[in-house]
Ligand binder design. Structure first.
Ligand code: AMP
Ligand code: ZN
Length: 113
């Protein structure tokens, strides 16, 4: 997707602070963090949102969660963390490339606002 912000990050057209990368997944620091640790984890293919997950692309979502487990170990998040996916307008999604917020290093409230 030529006009997708996170595809541009994947292509290196917009800079990002890499935290993790493999064949399927890229993770980088959120530009506007809401927790002391706030990383965005994305698949390396354009999937618009959770609504677009299907049998052909779901391996990328599985790989996202494998990456989360690796990042949590590498970054020492043993006290816990939260993975958030915002989907659609009322879900609070602002970037149209599926992404997962990995939040940690503070007490996260439940339920969320
Ligand atoms: P969402 O509101 O769930 O769509 O999350 C989009 C996230 O992307 C927000 O937390 C933004 O701060 C983050 N974001 C937007 N632009 C960039 C960027 N250029 N680099 C890193 N994070 C970004
Ligand atoms: Zn994209």
């Amino acid at each position: 997707m030529s006009d997708c912000l996170f595809c541009k990050i994947l292509k290196g057209e917009i800079s990002s602070a890499k935290v993790y990368e493999d064949e399927y997944v890229y993770a980088f620091n959120d530009i506007s963090p809401v927790a002391p640790f706030h990383v965005i984890v994305i698949p390396k293919i354009h999937i618009g949102s959770t609504d677009e997950i299907n049998g052909e692309n779901s391996v990328y979502i599985a790989k996202v969660f494998e990456a989360v487990a690796k990042i949590a170990k590498t970054e020492g998040l043993e006290k816990g963390y939260r993975v958030v996916n915002n989907c659609g307008e009322e879900g609070g999604q602002t970037v149209g490339h599926i992404h997962f917020h990995l939040l940690a290093r503070r007490n996260l409230q439940w339920p969320p606002g």
